[in-house]
Design a protein around this ligand. Structure first.
Ligand code: MN
Length: 131
């Protein structure tokens, strides 16, 4: 079964890097270059998980996360916040991100975090917070 991951990211190079990390694996990466496009894709495609850049050109990834977590159609989708700003971890978690990773992203940590969140979603357990 293919796991569909929506990556909302305005920097094309970062999308290429992450897509390379998933090469040869059962992941399909859906791309959005700004928050509005990402919200639309999340609502229509219902991805299994969302990678959310925090610095986006239209609204921030924090606000996009709040919108997704307030919407009954999308609130169940795990969101991993991604940012180079080391001070916004708490902001990410308070906005509703299920996990947070610093850029540059470690492939091993990204894959592990994704698998943990998907397992938690499948077992319908309570919300978890990951470092
Ligand atoms: Mn950005």
């Amino acid at each position: 079964m293919v796991t569909r991951i929506l990556y909302i990211e305005d920097e094309p190079v970062n999308i290429q890097i992450v897509k390379r990390m998933f090469r040869g694996m059962n992941y399909l990466i859906l791309e959005a270059e700004h928050a509005a496009q990402g919200l639309a894709i999340a609502q229509t495609e219902k991805p299994d998980l969302i990678l959310m850049d925090i610095q986006l050109p239209d609204i921030s990834g924090l606000d996009a996360t709040r919108i997704l977590k307030a919407d009954t159609r999308t609130r169940h989708i795990p969101i991993i916040g991604l940012t180079a700003d080391t001070f916004s971890r708490i902001d990410c978690l308070e906005a509703g991100c299920d996990a947070y990773l610093n850029k540059p992203i470690s492939r091993g940590l990204l894959l592990r975090t994704i698998q943990q969140l998907l397992r938690a979603t499948q077992s319908d357990s309570a919300e978890i917070l990951l470092d």
